[in-house]
Write a protein that binds this ligand. Structure first.
Ligand code: SF4
Ligand code: MG
Length: 335
């Protein structure tokens, strides 16, 4: 697996109402070439801020990069000037958002919006950009692209707008595509189609994808690896199989327990009781301590270190730390 992007000890805070909200706390992960890494967590877990940091789209102020590095092509993106970032955004790394209606420009045709990046980053003429735009709309499965390219966003359905966003994001053949909740605003059938499209694009173009989602359900068929975030931290990372079949972190157990299962008679979904920690004053120890049914004394005082379970799987929980007292975990806890 060769490394394309490496986030090392990233910490990002926001100054709000006199408090410093520590949205991302010491987060490290890597993205390999041609893979899809899903970052999963509830809202407020820090997943979007992590993604926006990679694009350097965190507004500063109120945001600030407190520490860490984002390494891409041997360089730290956090040290780039805004001007240097402009030549990376859209060209090397591009992003699609949850709601295409707010990220598409309502006053410009879809064709013009695709052409913008091509003219800016690829030195294409208007005519070349138009022809490439038609190809791209075709690639993302928009019918009669020759007609559709001349239309405005409001003439597209929700699913088609998301497809158009993907076409714009892919226009300059980026190495990395970041998708922040790309299907959340869509109905279930369209969701499945967009995820399938992303999977196909990944196969055809080799673009590596960071998929941000609160929904483990979208991860199974789309991602190769998963990072689970909670309280501004990554609490578990593994391959999709490791996360689904051998999860080690109680928060991951909770997430899996709150996922509808298709193959069994529907029992009541378990929702994780309680609410996420206040990141203006994050807990000293494990971020999940207030909601964890297995919390021990050590959990409130000391942050658990990452324990490696396999070469691709690690979790930060005292339950699997060799230094912690042994406790019995009931079978029923493990989903
Ligand atoms: Fe629960 Fe403790 Fe593990 Fe945190 S470290 S998830 S509180 S058992
Ligand atoms: Mg978000």
């Amino acid at each position: 697996m060769s490394k394309l992007l490496e986030v090392k000890n990233l910490s990002v805070s926001f100054d709000t109402y006199g408090a410093e909200v520590k949205a991302v706390r010491d987060v490290s992960f890597q993205l390999n070439k041609k893979e899809t890494l899903a970052i999963v967590g509830e809202s407020g877990s820090g997943k979007s801020v992590t993604a926006q940091s990679v694009m350097r789209l965190v507004p500063t102020p109120p945001g600030k990069f407190v520490g860490g590095e984002i390494r891409y092509n041997e360089e730290n993106l956090l040290q780039k000037t805004e001007k240097q970032m402009e030549s990376i955004r859209g060209k090397e790394i591009s992003m699609i958002f949850q709601d295409p209606m707010t990220s598409l420009n309502p006053t410009m045709t879809i064709g013009k919006q695709i052409a913008e990046g091509l003219i800016k980053h690829q030195n294409m003429s208007k005519k070349e950009a138009h022809l490439r735009g038609i190809q791209l709309l075709k690639l993302v499965g928009i019918p009669t692209p020759e007609v559709r390219i001349k239309q405005y966003p409001h003439q597209y359905s929700g699913g088609m707008r998301q497809r158009a966003m993907i076409a714009i994001a892919l226009s300059c053949n980026p190495k990395i595509l970041i998708a922040d909740e790309p299907t959340t605003a869509l109905d279930v059938t369209i969701q499945a189609q967009i995820l399938e499209l992303m999977r196909q694009i990944q196969e055809e173009t080799g673009t590596a994808i960071i998929l941000i989602t609160h929904d483990l359900g979208v991860v199974a068929n789309t991602a190769s690896r998963v990072a689970v975030m909670y309280g501004g931290k990554i609490v578990e990372t593994g391959t999709v199989d490791e996360i689904f079949y051998e999860p080690k972190h109680p928060y991951t157990w909770g997430l899996l327990g709150s996922m509808p299962k298709l193959d069994t008679e529907q029992e009541e979904l378990q929702v994780i009781p309680g609410s996420p920690p206040d990141l203006a004053e994050p807990p000293k120890g494990c971020p999940f301590v207030a909601r964890c049914p297995y919390a021990m004394n050590v959990c409130s005082d000391y942050m658990p270190a990452y324990t490696s379970v396999s070469s691709t799987h690690e979790a930060a929980c005292w339950l699997i730390d060799a230094r912690a007292p042994k406790v019995d975990i009931p079978e029923s806890a493990i989903v």
